[in-house]
Design a protein around this ligand. Structure first.
Ligand SMILES: [Zn+2]
Length: 259
């Protein structure tokens, strides 16, 4: 492991107040792997984590040389991982310019949340009153994990786990197609949360909102269950859009009025 890599190993405080530039990446390298595949996986995991940490601001260039030094690997390994993350829409690849942290427009984000509301309304309708005690227990155990991640300030884990809650619901519906589609949507919104949802650092409301969805699914009113799920997605969207508006120094109210 190089000195440069070691100097990047310090744990950064859970804050995203100051922009981090591409030359100053805080990527913690894991155990150096022997085979190419394990290096690729290590680099992939480290970069996914860095993107979900929210410390890389929208539009930040991701330079191959800096990343290779920070992660103690070859530029070839970085290139492969950048291509994969680009295909997964976790970063933007621009021809002849390189890779960048995505900088989605408000319209892009609203469109993805709209798709999630439509898909998840169907999911809630399908699952209402259908969950077995085992499935309900699994959902509650998952929410406990989310609460722990929030309490301990593990931002990346909190974001990942909050997305997985919805994928757990999709798995219960028993459609691989639906799961795949929701995975794509959740992967997009996880990134939006990482970039713009500042609430994660404060009071945790997402696990609490998930608990309400579980209660409503086992309750006696489908409209109430749908309302709980839609209210949750609305609130998540509002937090993200408010964060994006603040970052871009635009007035959220006028921005939403125009949409
Ligand atoms: Zn959620």
């Amino acid at each position: 492991m190089s000195t440069t890599a070691a100097s990047h190993r310090h744990a950064a405080p859970a804050t995203r107040k100051h922009p981090v530039h591409g030359d100053d990446l805080d990527l913690a390298p894991g155990t150096p792997g022997g085979a190419d595949a394990s290096v690729d996986m290590r680099v992939y995991v480290a970069m996914s984590k860095a993107l979900l940490s929210g410390k890389l601001r929208p539009g930040t260039p991701l330079r191959e040389r800096t990343l290779a030094q920070a992660l103690d690997c070859t530029r070839g390994a970085i290139r492969k991982v950048l291509a994969r993350l680009g295909a997964e829409k976790k970063l933007v690849l621009e021809h002849n310019r390189g890779a960048f942290v995505p900088n989605p427009s408000i319209e892009d984000m609203r469109s993805v949340y709209r798709a999630r509301r439509i898909v998840e309304a169907g999911l809630i309708t399908t699952l209402f009153d259908q969950a077995s005690p085992g499935q309900t227990a699994a959902l509650r155990a998952h929410v406990e994990q989310e609460e722990r991640a929030h309490e301990e300030g593990r931002r990346e884990d909190a974001i990942r786990l909050s997305g997985e809650f919805h994928l757990l619901l999709a798995r219960m519906a028993g459609s691989a197609e639906l799961l795949e589609y929701l995975q794509r949507l959740v992967s997009n919104t996880e990134l939006y949360m990482a970039l713009f949802d500042t609430a994660v650092e404060h009071d945790s409301c997402a696990p609490h909102e998930h608990g309400q969805i579980i209660d409503a699914l086992a309750g006696n009113s489908l409209p109430k269950a749908l309302a709980a799920a839609m209210k949750h997605l609305d609130e998540v969207e509002q937090r993200v859009l408010a964060g994006a508006a603040a970052e871009r120094k635009v007035d959220l109210a006028s921005l939403l009025a125009r949409a």
